[in-house]
Design a binder for this molecule. Structure first.
Ligand SMILES: O=C[C@H](O)[C@H](O)COP(=O)(O)O
Ligand SMILES: C=C(OP(=O)(O)O)C(=O)O
Length: 373
């Protein structure tokens, strides 16, 4: 015989209004920690004129590649995620030296992902600490001062992770490419931005994202004063898709690039495609990135898809592979190795970049032959 269940049998009607209010408001929030408003962070940034020039120059060069005015290949390369700024800075110096030497053929932008989207749960980022946000900003500013172009991912629709003023190229990930919030955010961004295909492999969703982001929007967000605001945007004309594979398998081969190009044309979206060598295209086997890059280089040299490919993404770090963050904390982590996706090592990355340079030169030969034909 259970107790008689009435409409309010499980609610203590004697509770005070204050208790009721506390139960009504976010009863599952463990803590709330206000952050420095982005405007204040930006004022404190050691941003120099050199760094500002670096960011702006990077944006213009990516835009020129998207417009077809620059025949180089955009290569976004670097760690899957940044958890140790010293190691990332060491990587940046290696990359900068290579980038200066390869400027004729490749526009190299370093991946600097302080925040990570996860399929379910896992290490997402260190930005939960106020200090980390300042650290991120100072790190990025130092990077720019070292004249290294910087890419970032906007997984968290806020200005509190990597300040947009420090970013030359941005990406919206496979898990958020369908998010209206991220599409609206991108319509406000000043830098060219790529949309990954969705995790199930749908390219159409990324194309819809481009069409949404290049339009103006009015939406609720957080302004750089750190206040909830109604933001009105003009739209971002420099958006493109990124083929990263997915549950349906890899999509880097020429047949998929050709199909994506046709879909882009039908949707009246720029037929400029970046191919991600990692994620669904390497099927989470980091060494497979070499094979993907080889296929891309071959397409650049010989396939009808050559003119569709404007960029490549590679997950690369000082040390190959990945590691879990031990319960004992970050002190025992292996220096220079990813704590999220496995990456290829810097030593492996150099010949991959060299091969992509050959692909770009091969494409130039194709273009010259076509012009003479
Ligand atoms: O880099 C992309 C994702 O952040 C990463 O692949 C994590 O994916 P997972 O959450 O499925 O491990
Ligand atoms: C999160 C990333 O990729 P994706 O969204 O394609 O999983 C990434 O490039 O770090």
């Amino acid at each position: 015989m259970g107790s008689r269940m009435g409409p309010n049998s499980d609610l203590n009607m004697a509770m005070s209004f204050k208790d009721a209010l506390s139960r009504l408001e976010n009863s599952r929030v463990k803590s709330t920690r206000p952050l420095i408003p982005p405007q204040i962070l930006q004022e404190d940034l050691p941003l120099t004129l050199l760094a500002a020039h670096t960011v702006l120059q990077g944006r213009v060069e990516v835009e020129n590649i998207l417009k077809g005015d620059d025949d180089r290949l955009l290569v976004v390369v670097g760690p899957c995620s940044v958890h140790n700024t010293e190691a990332a800075m060491e990587y940046a110096k290696l990359l900068k030296a290579y980038a200066d030497n390869a400027r004729q053929d490749l526009l190299i932008v370093m991946r600097v992902y302080f925040e990570k989207p996860r399929t379910t749960v896992g290490w997402k980022a260190s930005f939960l600490l106020t200090e980390a946000c300042g650290l991120h900003a100072r790190y990025c500013s130092t990077l720019q001062n070292s004249v290294c172009l910087l890419a970032a991912s906007s997984s968290t629709p806020s200005r509190h992770s990597t300040p947009p003023i420090l970013v030359s190229w941005g990406a919206i990930g496979a898990r958020t490419t369908e998010s209206q919030v991220h599409r609206e955010l991108t319509s406000a961004l000043s830098m060219p931005t790529g949309f990954k295909n969705s995790t199930d492999g749908s390219v159409g969703i990324a194309i819809d994202a481009c069409r949404a982001a290049r339009s103006g929007h009015v939406f609720l967000s957080v302004g750089k004063e750190g206040l909830s605001s109604i933001i009105e945007t003009e739209g971002n004309p420099f958006v493109h898709i990124i083929l990263r594979g997915g549950a349906s398998g890899p999509n880097f081969a020429a047949e998929f690039v050709r199909d994506a190009g046709a879909k882009l044309k039908k949707a009246d979206v720029a037929q400029k495609i970046m191919i991600d060598c990692s994620h669904g295209n390497s099927q989470k086997q980091h060494q497979k990135q070499k094979e993907v890059a080889e296929d891309i280089a071959r397409q650049l040299e010989s396939e009808d898809t050559s003119s569709l490919i404007m960029g490549v993404m590679i997950e690369s770090n000082l040390v190959e592979g990945r590691q879990d963050i031990p319960t004992t904390g970050v002190a025992s982590l292996r220096y220079g190795q990813s704590v999220t996706d496995a990456c290829i090592s810097w030593e492996t990355t150099v010949p991959v970049l060299d091969r992509l340079r050959e692909g770009v030169r091969g494409r130039r030969l194709l273009t010259r032959k076509a012009a003479l034909a």
